[in-house]
Design a protein around this ligand. Structure first.
Ligand SMILES: C[S@@+](CC[C@H](N)C(=O)[O-])C[C@H]1O[C@@H](n2cnc3c(N)ncnc32)[C@H](O)[C@@H]1O
Ligand code: SF4
Length: 388
């Protein structure tokens, strides 16, 4: 497979290469949710598991020359609904990955699961295949909200899935959404309380957004008012803080030791290989940062259509770095900017100063972080770095 290389001029100097992760995309779901704009497709008939795993392995082999001698710190099998794949297919996939690219000892390996597609034996199978972290898409514990979201599972099934996951895994994330059709503050709080009571040591809470090219975009449901959603967000942060969760990224909350290593690597502008339909990745070299992207439709992907590879223009790197790093509540060490972009921090001194003057950014000689206002108006803060 010959990549199409789109060259853009420019030079950067990276003294060290960032940590490397692997993202694996599985693009099928039982049913397409009306709010979802991920590259996910309703399954029709049986899944081409073997064929797809073979294609994933070819993808990985293609990328090996670009990461020679490096080790993986984490693997994330996302979707779509990866829990639709059998434990045997996940085992074959992870064995093939390990045989081609060494994993750091104790590397985090996450698999995304939909409560409508799992039970205890399946979780045990995933664990035996090497998965050590599960992320469950619960969204809500209210059956009326789940129906409005077109989910394939009930609240009862969601609770059972969490119990079954916790029986096999110490590291479990529960995805919740708030600002749902018909939801009020008490409802959002109750969802959160139930996720905590279920024992989830990591919770991701996303405000429902209406994305183009979704069923909700063409026929939008009535949503709670903007102020009501802002109140939900404040309440979610307060409650989780009181219950001992650390708020470490815009939407992510973890008990101590439970932060997601794989996602942290994105937010710290680390490198990652992307394999699977529509997956994209980022790979750094001493003199450049590149991105790669696979064809999105599963059929084109399975046919082996070429990936697209792009060199990131140095002028785009400050914004790309900040787009990720400013999501971190504690910000980042000042030295990380140069380490990951290969550009001196002076490149963005005007933007940093302006962000600080507007009260959106805080910094000391060692760290740069968004202020509380900057987190609330993250887009305004990011604008500062567009023209760096
Ligand atoms: C790719 S899904 C992974 C889990 C699995 N596919 C499922 O839905 O059960 C990742 C998460 O993104 C969130 N999400 C998806 N679409 C969203 C939207 N339009 N607005 C806010 N959050 C969304 C949901 O919480 C979802 O669980
Ligand atoms: S199950 Fe998850 S990935 Fe699939 S359509 Fe629904 S939200 Fe999207």
């Amino acid at each position: 497979m010959n990549p199409v290389v789109v060259e853009r001029p420019g030079v950067v100097k990276l003294a060290t290469l960032p940590p490397l992760a692997l993202y694996i995309h599985i693009p099928w779901c039982v049913r397409k949710c009306p709010y979802c704009d991920f590259n996910s497709h309703e399954r029709t008939g049986s899944l081409p598991e073997t064929e797809y795993v073979q294609r994933l392995v070819l993808d990985l082999e293609d990328l090996l020359p670009s990461v020679w001698g490096r080790r993986l710190i984490s693997v994330f099998i996302g979707g779509g609904t990866p829990s639709l794949f059998s434990p045997e297919a996940i085992d074959a996939l992870l064995s093939a990955v390990r045989a081609r690219l060494p994993l750091e000892p104790g590397a985090e390996i996450t698999l995304e699961a939909n409560p409508g597609t799992v039970e205890a034996a399946r979780f045990r199978g995933f664990r035996d295949a090497g998965v050590n972290r599960i992320s469950i898409g619960v969204q809500s514990f209210d059956d009326r909200r789940l129906a409005a979201l077109g989910r394939i599972h009930s609240a009862h099934e969601a609770r059972r899935a969490i119990d079954a996951a916790l029986a096999s895994f110490e590291r479990v994330n529960v995805d919740l959404m708030y600002g749902l059709p018909g939801q009020d503050l008490a409802g959002a709080k109750s969802d959160l309380e139930q996720a905590i009571a279920a024992g989830a040591p990591h919770i991701s809470a996303y405000q429902l957004t209406i994305e183009p090219n979704t069923a909700f975009f063409s026929k939008p449901p009535a949503l709670p008012a903007h102020d009501a959603c802002a109140d939900m967000q404040v309440t979610i942060e307060q409650v989780l803080n009181e219950r001992g969760f650390e708020h470490y990224e815009t939407s992510a909350f973890a008990r101590p030791g439970q932060r997601c290593r794989h996602n942290l690597n994105y937010w710290e502008f680390g490198d990652y290989l992307g394999i699977g339909a529509g997956a994209h990745g980022k790979v750094s070299f001493p003199d450049r940062v590149t991105r790669h992207e696979r064809p999105k439709p599963p059929a084109s992907y399975l046919k082996g259509e070429a990936m697209k590879e792009t060199r990131v223009a140095p002028a785009e790197l400050p914004f790309e770095f900040m787009l990720n790093a400013l999501r971190l509540v504690e910000g980042f060490p000042s030295t990380l900017f140069q380490e990951r972009t290969g550009l001196p921090l002076a490149t963005i001194s005007r933007s940093l100063k302006s962000g600080e003057e507007k009260g959106l950014l805080e910094r000391d000689p060692r760290r740069i972080r968004p202020s509380a206002k900057g987190r609330r108006f993250l887009n305004d803060l990011l604008q500062e770095f567009l023209a760096s």
